[in-house]
Design a protein around this ligand. Structure first.
Ligand code: IMP
Ligand code: MG
Length: 380
């Protein structure tokens, strides 16, 4: 049996899923990486040890690791021309679902027109995501298999062919892999729970299902095949595009945070809104997705605040800040006391923190072993 790990964003996307997916893939000897929702609207960044960055939009993070097979499953939408460019001639073992829907230039144009016609813009990524999923639901979309079966040559069919990917019924394939293969399969969520079409603050959402339900529908594997769900949680809140947000940080706090980390969108280059973490909302997100453990990201960005705040349904919790640079810490016990307190609070408010990211590089990741995670529940 395969171990199947779903790695999902618990906020508004940009939690740092790319790094977590890539790192966990290496640590678990993952040989199968699956994208199940969204398309070129996603932006996942992985920073290598030499400081260079790899950016993924449609391909799963980690698709370039040795021995990796990557799948773009039925729940995703595919922009063939952008996919071809993203492959960049690299040797990527890629399988596309025949049932995934195609994004064309018409969808991209419609995305822009629809935004211009709205009284209040959503602030979409203008990648054709909404219109392509609309056509899918309206049953006049074009699937990969339909595109390949057309007799006339066109730019999309040509781009799909040039990608040199295998095209098949990935639902059946993935189910068979679950049963007959060893090793790990990672289901990489795009965007985040707060942008989910059903569970976000509609209409300021994306058009796909970003949670564990989306991972099941978007791949066709049974829910019982998922061994573990990891929720990726950023230590504070960020959002691009319109919609609800905490609005608790003072201007000088925002300024300090932006000095520590530039918060600009990977796909759009827009400045992201920033605020304290809303642990009430993250707790709901983790409950809704059966999250087993948290990967807490961007913790180093909170360096230098006098106080760190956590927003909850009942009010704001104020915790002491930390001054030390934590980016070289490699164990939980290396972290300053105030940082440990922050993590203990998170674990108690939400679910246990298993991974702690203290910098952009893959080596800047602390694993909290199970025994220690259990102790996190014992607040002094
Ligand atoms: P769309 O997905 O392009 O239709 O955009 C809908 C909303 O989701 C907008 O607010 C986008 O900024 C946001 N969004 C879509 N994908 C991502 C992502 O990967 N990270 C963060 N925000 C996203
Ligand atoms: Mg992103």
């Amino acid at each position: 049996m395969k171990e199947v790990i779903a790695i999902l964003g618990m906020q508004w996307g940009d939690e740092g899923k790319g790094k977590i997916v890539h790192a966990i893939a290496k640590k678990t000897n993952c040989n199968l990486m699956v994208r199940f929702n969204g398309g070129a609207n996603a932006g996942h960044t992985v920073m290598l040890e030499d400081g260079s960055a790899m950016k993924y939009n449609q391909l799963p993070s980690g698709c370039e690791l040795p021995g990796m097979r990557s799948v773009i499953a039925n729940g995703s939408i595919i922009d063939p021309k952008k996919l071809y460019l993203e492959m960049g001639g690299k040797n990527i073992d890629l399988i596309l679902s025949g049932d995934a829907h195609i994004v064309t230039q018409t969808h991209i144009n419609r995305d822009e027109n629809q935004e211009n016609e709205r009284d209040r813009r959503i602030g979409t990524t203008l990648t054709g995501n909404g219109p392509a999923y609309s056509d899918k639901a309206a049953r006049h979309g074009v699937q990969v298999k339909g595109m390949m079966a057309t007799h006339s040559d066109n730019q999309y069919k040509k781009a799909l062919t040039d990608c040199d990917a295998e095209m098949m019924n990935t639902q059946k394939y993935l189910r068979e892999c679950c049963i007959s293969e060893k090793g790990t399969m990672i289901l990489e969520g795009a965007h985040g729970w707060e942008l989910d079409i059903d569970h976000g603050d509609y209409p300021n959402v994306t058009s796909s299902s970003c949670g564990v339900g989306g991972a099941i529908i978007g791949t066709g594997i049974g829910p019982d095949m998922i061994s573990k769900v990891i929720g990726v949680v950023k230590s504070y809140s960020t959002r691009v595009g319109a919609g609800s947000f905490p609005y608790e940080m003072t201007e000088s706090e925002k300024e300090h945070l932006r000095e520590n980390h530039s918060e600009t969108g990977t796909v759009t280059g827009r400045k992201r809104r920033v605020d304290w973490i809303d642990v009430g909302r993250v707790r709901d997100a983790c409950l809704a997705n059966g999250v087993d453990s948290i990967a807490l990201t961007h913790l180093d960005v909170l360096q230098g605040f006098d106080e760190i705040k956590m927003i909850d349904n009942i009010g704001v919790h104020i915790l002491p800040g930390f001054k030390a640079n934590i980016s070289q810490c490699t164990k939980f016990s290396d972290l300053p006391g105030n940082v440990q307190t922050f993590i203990k609070c998170m674990s108690n408010f939400i679910v246990p923190v298993e991974w702690i990211s203290v910098g952009p590089k893959e080596s800047q990741l602390i694993h909290v072993p199970r025994i220690q995670r259990e102790r996190l529940y014992q607040l002094e």
